[in-house]
Design a protein around this ligand. Structure first.
Ligand code: ASP
Length: 441
């Protein structure tokens, strides 16, 4: 029998996880059972993916840079990447703002619903912790992000997944210095990293074997810990606008892929789908990164010289889904609480959501922290901030899952565009997890 393709296996795991979660909510002991016995499996899987993220970034970025024959190429790739990332993010925020202004989901929210949501969430741990996090992020100067990018201890940076940009900085520095000392003298180090790179990619294959079971566990846990269905229903129009915007973004990517790279967009979506499904299940672009890199390099044919830089940088700074969501959420909250927004305010949202998406960490719920900063930038009354966040808190997790899919798809699209523009989009070179099994035997 032909083996079912990975994305189908993952999809089936997800569906069964959702069904299982719903069954478990019906019984008294269900919630406890899922959190004690099922959720840990999902958590282990996410930890395994995060475990290999840093070694993978280092090995593949060193390989990518040291394969370059001259450094000016790297500058070229860098400038294009940042430029295209900014453009796609602006497109995303604009789509979000146009939709939310046209459809006005906030106007349909009754005062009773506002009161109910405020009571349920305004002083909840979730909302207050997001506000505190936002406050501590805000207190820094304009160039702080540059300061934060430079590590003062390479090993300390490597030991913290939140410091991915520092690791990228160190690795680029290392790679360029390797180019400068010449091929012969850099060879031992290059061989080491080449081999490390192959090994880590094999680890991705092995971890992915458990993906269908892990997504089952992750989705069952999401279902049992989700909010009261009545509250979810009250926010249906808002959720619809965000999801509609995110779908438009996916359509935008397919158009970009077919016009700029002349590849079939459905083929692109099919090849990238395991990464998208994992992004949905884990709500974290950082945890999905190893799989995104593997799919883009092996299944789509983007050269490592491009993907090894574009994807890790994208996972940290390019969040189209998150910025679209921030635009919609900021306007929705203003509409619902009767806070008028001028055209200038909307422009401020474009700018701050762009910066916020660069500053958001690639982990679950990060987008909501940065939303506080967007709201403050448009002068939203500070005493109503907690109420504003309470309004959207109930649906944050499902929307986080959806926006993370867009974040990851955006990174993959841009890597194809950059690769095509520098002549580095080649043929796929698919490696299966059991490729070398016979040799080992
Ligand atoms: N969870 C998102 C990501 O990792 C960030 C966010 O929108 O909260 O890409």
């Amino acid at each position: 029998m032909r083996k079912l393709e990975l994305h189908w296996q993952i999809l089936i795991g997800m569906l069964l996880g959702i069904v299982f979660g719903f069954v478990m909510i019906q019984v008294d002991w269900g919630k406890g059972f899922v959190s004690d016995w099922i959720q840990p499996l999902g958590t282990i899987f996410v930890k395994l993916l995060k475990l290999i993220a840093i070694p993978l970034i280092i090995a593949s970025l060193v390989k990518g840079i040291s394969d370059l024959k001259d450094i000016s190429k790297f500058r070229n790739i860098g400038i294009r990447t940042i430029g295209i990332y900014i453009l796609t993010t602006v497109v995303a925020i604009t789509i979000g703002l146009v939709l939310v202004n046209l459809l006005k989901p906030g106007d349909g929210i009754s005062e009773a619903t506002v009161a109910k949501l405020t009571e349920a969430y305004a002083s909840s741990e979730g909302v207050t912790s997001k506000m505190n996090e936002a406050m501590s992020q805000k207190e820094s100067g304009p160039l702080q992000f540059l300061v934060d990018m430079v590590p003062d201890n390479a090993l300390a940076a490597m030991s913290n997944n939140g410091l991915m940009l520092q690791v990228i900085f160190f690795t680029i520095f290392l790679g360029i210095s390797m180019l400068l000392i010449g091929e012969k003298r850099a060879k031992p180090l290059k061989d080491f990293f080449d081999s490390l790179n192959d090994v880590v990619l094999k680890m991705v294959d092995l971890i992915m074997l458990s993906a269908p079971y892990a997504v089952f566990a992750l989705l069952a846990s999401v279902v049992v810990s989700s909010s009261d269905p009545d509250l979810l229903l009250a926010l249906l129009r808002y959720t619809g606008v965000v999801v509609g915007g995110l779908l438009l973004m996916i359509i935008f990517y397919t158009i970009v892929v077919s016009t700029f790279t002349k590849k079939n967009p459905f083929w692109f979506l099919k090849e990238i789908s395991p990464a998208q499904l994992l992004a949905f299940s884990t709500s974290s672009s950082a945890a999905t990164l190893p799989v995104t890199m593997e799919r883009v390099e092996e299944h789509i044919g983007v050269d490592k010289e491009v993907s090894s830089f574009v994807l890790p940088v994208g996972a940290t700074i390019n969040m189209d889904g998150t910025s679209l969501y921030q635009g919609v959420a900021a306007v929705f909250i203003s509409q619902a609480l009767g806070f008028d927004l001028s055209f200038g305010d909307q422009l401020t949202i474009v700018l701050t959501a762009l910066l916020a998406s660069i500053g958001s960490a690639a982990v679950p719920g990060a987008g909501m922290v940065m939303l506080v900063i967007v709201l403050e930038a448009i002068g939203f009354p500070a005493d109503k901030l907690a109420i504003g966040l309470a309004l959207i808190f109930a649906v944050d997790r499902p929307l986080d899952m959806c926006r993370t899919v867009v974040n990851v798809t955006g990174d993959a699209t841009v890597s194809m565009m950059v690769a095509k523009s520098v002549g580095k989009l080649g043929k796929p070179n698919i490696k299966e997890w059991d490729d070398h099994l016979d040799e080992v035997r």
